[in-house]
Design a protein around this ligand. Structure first.
Ligand SMILES: NC(=O)c1ccc[n+]([C@@H]2O[C@H](COP(=O)([O-])OP(=O)(O)OC[C@H]3O[C@@H](n4cnc5c(N)ncnc54)[C@H](O)[C@@H]3O)[C@@H](O)[C@H]2O)c1
Length: 256
């Protein structure tokens, strides 16, 4: 099956590196015009420069004015918007008892409010174009609890539920909303916190890698997430609405 996103315009937030950059590349490879957005302007520009038809736009997804400007700049440059991937995210690894309200709010701010703001301000453009596709980036942490990630997991669970509401509310308008739930993917977001997990779980140094090898067989790659996002964004997924696609090598399916 050949996925074509010819003539489609996509916005990807948090796209300077990791999963977001891979999504931007994969969407572009399928023919989409891509707005590579990130809080880090220089790095976003670098990703956009490598793509056939893309622009970079700096926006902090927690800043409503900047998000509005991102959508306005997209519509001004490309004349519309069809695909929205609110990918920007941050993670912390702190026990609940050591989490300040400020730290809690920060994670919810980027990972949940950032998704709301991006989708909220993208919707008029999608409605104007007569339809579109929203692909949210949730996580398997939305399905299970785990030490150290209370705020992250709560935000990702909320994103999963928000996806269902978006799907229900927007289906009369030809707008689909789906979410991917990646397991542990080989990016900075995971490597930064590996040591904290090892300490909390009483593992030796490197023990986290062994745990992942047992549960997922290996780390997932950013390309594997990007391919799933591209499928959901495309007409090949025309009957997928409100779905949550788990991408974890069998981690959450397996009891032992
Ligand atoms: N890596 C994993 O194992 C994994 C698993 C499940 C879900 N996810 C999700 O995938 C998404 C991408 O994560 P990643 O692993 O590529 O991590 P990453 O740290 O490499 O990328 C996150 C991106 O978000 C950007 N960002 C952070 N705060 C921002 C803000 N306020 N405004 C705009 N951009 C901001 C960063 O600059 C960065 O480019 C996140 O939503 C993450 O929660 C990752």
């Amino acid at each position: 099956m050949q996925i074509s996103l010819e003539s489609k315009v996509a916005v990807v937030t948090g796209a300077r590196a990791g999963i977001g950059a891979a999504i931007a590349r994969q969407l572009a490879q399928s023919g989409a015009k891509v707005v590579v957005s990130d809080i880090d302007a220089a790095a976003a520009r670098k990703v956009a420069e490598e793509l056939p038809d893309a622009i970079a736009h700096t926006a902090d997804v927690t800043n409503e004015e900047e998000v509005k400007e991102l959508i306005a700049a997209t519509v001004e440059h490309y004349g519309g918007l069809d695909i929205v991937v609110p990918n920007a995210g941050i993670a912390t690894t702190v026990p609940i008892v050591g989490t300040s309200f400020e730290e809690w709010r920060k994670v919810l701010d980027v990972n949940l409010d950032g998704v709301f703001l991006t989708v909220r301000h993208a919707l008029p453009a999608l409605l104007q174009g007569g339809g579109g596709s929203i692909v949210n980036i949730s996580s398997i942490t939305s399905l299970r609890g785990s030490a150290l990630i209370a705020s992250y997991a709560a935000a990702k669970a909320a994103v999963g539920n928000l996806t269902a509401t978006l799907a229900a509310e927007l289906r009369p308008h030809g707008i689909r909303a789906n979410a991917v739930l990646p397991g542990f993917i080989d990016t900075e977001l995971v490597t930064t916190h590996q040591g904290a997990f090892e300490e909390a779980l009483g593992l030796e140094q490197g023990g986290f890698d062994d745990l992942i090898a047992t549960k997922q067989t290996r780390y997932g790659t950013v390309e594997e997430v990007a391919k799933a996002v591209t499928f959901l964004a495309s007409d090949a997924a025309s009957w997928c609405n409100g779905s949550t696609l788990v991408l974890d090598g069998g981690f959450t399916a397996s009891l032992l």
